[in-house]
Design a protein around this ligand. Structure first.
Ligand SMILES: [Zn+2]
Length: 346
């Protein structure tokens, strides 16, 4: 639970309105359609209020009505003096955007049927597939925001290169090692840790807030000089230490998608076992079909070389033994299910 004063809320909505006018997704000429649960999400409340403050015509659709009604609203020509003729800015969570864009293509609608100039999303990871789908449906680059209810006064927004730039006037972003809690080297994966600046948070200051989100700092070629991260890579909850280094399930799953002999999307378990002589990292991977002994041995070797931790120092030195077990079809009920890129269509 977190708390804001009315003054803080007013300040955030004003800053958001100014940012929206600077980047031209809010302002008196805009018609803004929002598909956000305003009664559940503080971000939705702030965005709706910011749109109103900027002088935009705001259409808070919430999450009611069907996809066709939402599309019809985007298509509708409105004659409001001083405003664009159609909805010019769209805000929705990734899952909703995925469904709306798919429905638009299904109906045979083209980007030129709409007047959309800006589409923004947030609240969950935006995949490359979703970006491509949005561009195909509406001819617009999807912009992404990254923040959390707890640190609502600060966050990061995507630039034209698709990287997330941190709003440095609002706080400090540190990227720390999940185990030692020391700053990681530039470009290494670490946990995003936020601190808010005064006077953004007077009632509940955020001091070194440990998000558990894994990010990597990058040098963005777009020209903005603020601190940039590539994307939110994953969560520390799913981290594994293999051969003295930290690994995460998503990149391991990415590698396994290349093997047609395995169940797709991949299902696997990884665990460390301390045995008498050394530490063993056991990787259990589910096969799609039954294989001969020779085929199994060959597949194990190929997977061994492909796995991200094959080059980990302790494995190279032979002080940690990596064992790969191919499991029979249907044998793994994985607590972590690797997901193919892109949200499931609603
Ligand atoms: Zn950039």
């Amino acid at each position: 639970m977190f708390f804001l004063t009315s003054q803080e809320f007013e300040r955030f909505t004003s800053l958001q309105a100014i940012a929206g006018m600077v980047y031209d997704f809010l302002g008196p000429a805009h018609i803004v359609q929002l598909h956000l649960p305003a009664d559940l999400s503080i971000a939705a409340k702030i965005l709706t209020q910011a749109a109103n403050k900027s002088g935009a015509l705001t259409l808070p659709m919430g999450l009611v009505g069907d996809l066709d009604e939402s599309l019809d609203s985007l298509l509708q020509k409105r004659d409001v003096p001083g405003k664009f003729r159609q909805v010019s800015a769209l805000f929705a969570a990734p899952g909703y955007l995925w469904a709306l864009a798919s429905r638009s293509l299904q109906r045979g609608l083209r980007p030129e049927d709409f007047g959309i100039k800006n589409i923004s999303s947030g609240g969950a990871k935006v995949s490359r597939d979703l970006r491509a789908l949005v561009t195909k449906a509406w001819g617009v680059t999807l912009r992404e925001g990254y923040s959390m209810a707890e640190m609502v006064s600060t966050g990061a927004y995507s630039c034209d290169e698709g990287n997330l730039h941190f709003l440095e006037y609002s706080g400090i972003l540190e990227v720390l090692d999940p185990v030692t809690r020391e700053p990681v080297k530039f470009g290494d994966v670490g946990v995003a840790v936020f601190t808010s600046f005064y006077p953004d948070r007077e009632l509940m200051p955020i001091l070194r807030y440990w998000t558990r989100d894994l990010v990597r700092l990058i040098a963005c070629p777009c020209g903005q000089i603020t601190v940039a991260i590539e994307e939110v890579i994953g969560r520390t909850d799913h981290m594994m230490i293999v051969g003295g280094q930290n690994f995460y399930p998503q990149p391991i799953g990415d590698v396994l998608t290349a093997f047609s002999e395995l169940v797709q999307p991949p299902r696997f378990h990884i665990r460390n076992e301390e045995r008498t002589t050394m530490l063993h990292t056991i990787v259990e991977i589910e096969c799609a079909t039954t294989l001969t002994e020779a085929a199994r041995a060959e597949l194990v070797e190929k997977i061994r070389l492909a796995l991200p931790f094959s080059g980990a120092m302790h494995i190279q030195l032979g002080v940690v033994q990596c064992e790969i077990h191919l499991m029979s079809p249907g044998s793994i009920a994985a607590p972590f299910r690797y997901k193919l890129q892109g949200p499931t269509p609603v």
